[in-house]
Design a protein around this ligand. Structure first.
Ligand code: SUG
Length: 445
């Protein structure tokens, strides 16, 4: 028995809107908006409950400590922790915003995961993303590696690699640019890596936005995981998609089992890319492709239609649910496409809408918030900590959020040393709830 376990990122107490992600239209449009971290965290937990009620295994990854005092120290702000935060707020509020982002909630960017069925040594391989393209995200790699090594600690079953080297244009954005097609979670699959460009190419003038994922980083991950080269495919993201705001491939495509759901303009090679995927799969697969005439790319990016979670409900004979953001309801063409899909007699027979507005305003939909990890029953039992949710733990987490999180945060609040204190107190309590030990640096001093 193999399960799809979704590891969602718990939204951290400093969730806010600083417009940090060039190329991510929602992030830029939300700059300066007042955030509600408490609502953001509860919206995330509510999505987790929906997935659990569909019969899926649901787990969490802990938020990172923010503001990240260690990073601010490396940037030259001295003194006590409170002094560091205050000095950064005075000298460079944008740097402080970068060091305060709660972006670790988007765990589709935490790592790339290959299940044991795909890997030469029969273990589950995880490579934390270096997230080199954005300062506020690049500082996630260290703690993500630590958290994954705490949870996937059993070396007989799991390998957590180091992130691939950053620098130059060697960006790796993790599972958001990775899809897996397979006859089942337990069967060997075909892993599709989607990159924006080579790290070493030049002559990229005229682009609106720079792509984040390097081909060489994707290839390194496939090598590290010991994938069969005949079952790993590397496809280039369409420049038109990146320029339209698809900063990750999961904004325009999602796969599950034998089904790929995508926009026709997702890949640079157009129809040839879909043919290459079909050829690479030694099993039958189905495509649900939205044509530009049906759902224009700009609308797909605005609705986040393809940033849905596509999941097979356990015990439902392969029937799948599509977990969509509420935004889709406001976009007629996207909604019609999804409704047609669910009525077509294909594997998707249910649409589930979730309200994730706080995350969505930063460009994070249902699929961004989760890292999919297919695990056998034995692997599931071997996880460290207490991160797989049941209703009781979910309720404890909701109660913790209600008690510990602010419901209002603006840029000016980030310089408040009390926010750092409150966040640490919240995270300290969380490590006990999740039985993670003292994983945060502030707990180790
Ligand atoms: O990296 N937004 C994230 C959203 C990540 C979405 N993930 C996937 N598509 N898988 C990003 O652009 C915005 C933060 C800010 O602007 O404050 C941000 O980082």
């Amino acid at each position: 028995m193999t399960f799809e376990v979704n590891f969602d990122g718990l939204v951290g107490p400093t969730h806010q809107f600083s417009g940090l992600s060039e190329g991510n239209l929602a992030s830029l449009a939300s700059r300066g908006r007042v955030s509600d971290p408490r609502a953001a965290a509860l919206q995330g937990l509510s999505k987790m409950r929906r997935l659990m009620r569909l019969g899926l295994k649901q787990a969490v990854l802990p938020p990172h400590e923010r503001p990240d005092v260690e990073t601010l120290r490396r940037l030259g702000f001295p003194g006590s922790d409170a002094a560091v935060v205050e000095a950064a707020a005075r000298a460079d509020p944008l740097l402080l915003a970068n060091a305060s982002s709660a972006s670790s909630m988007w765990t589709a960017n935490a790592a790339t995961v290959s299940p044991s069925a795909d890997c030469a040594d029969g273990r589950v391989h995880l490579t934390p993303a270096n997230l080199a393209a954005k300062l506020h995200r690049s500082i996630e790699a260290g703690f993500t590696t630590r958290a994954l090594r705490t949870i996937f600690a059993d070396a007989g079953r799991f390998v957590v690699h180091d992130p691939v080297p950053a620098g130059g244009a060697m960006g790796d954005e993790g599972a958001a640019n990775h899809m897996r097609l397979a006859p089942g979670h337990d069967a060997p699959g075909v892993e599709v890596f989607v990159y924006g460009r080579s790290a070493f190419e030049s002559g990229e003038g005229g682009r609106r936005f720079a792509p984040r994922q390097a081909k060489e980083a994707s290839q390194a991950v496939a090598r590290l995981h010991g994938l069969d080269p005949s079952r790993a495919l590397f496809l280039r993201q369409a420049r038109a998609a990146v320029d339209a705001g698809a900063f990750h491939n999961d904004v325009v495509a999602v796969a599950n089992g034998r089904l790929l759901l995508a926009h026709e303009l997702a890949f640079e090679d157009g129809a040839a890319a879909f043919e290459a995927i079909a050829r690479a799969c030694p099993f039958e697969i189905g495509f649900a492709i939205a044509r530009e005439t049906q759902v224009p790319l700009a609308e797909a990016v605005a609705s986040y239609l393809f940033n849905s979670q596509l999941v097979a409900r356990p015990g439902a004979g392969g029937a799948m649910s599509l977990i969509l953001p509420e935004n889709v309801k406001g976009c007629a063409a996207s909604l019609a496409f999804a409704e047609d899909l669910a009525a077509s007699g294909g594997p998707i027979d249910e649409l589930v809408f979730v309200d994730l507005r706080e995350s969505m305003w930063n460009g994070g939909g249902p699929a961004c918030l989760r890292l999919r990890v297919p695990l056998t029953a034995g692997e599931l039992r071997a996880l460290g900590g207490r991160v797989v949710l049941d209703e009781a733990l979910l309720q404890r987490l909701e109660e913790w959020v209600r008690r510990r999180y602010r419901d209002r945060l603006s840029a000016a609040d980030l310089g408040d040393p009390l926010l750092l204190e409150e966040s640490r107190a919240a995270l300290d309590e969380l490590t006990a709830l999740l039985d993670l030990g003292s994983i945060y640096s502030f707990q180790q001093r």
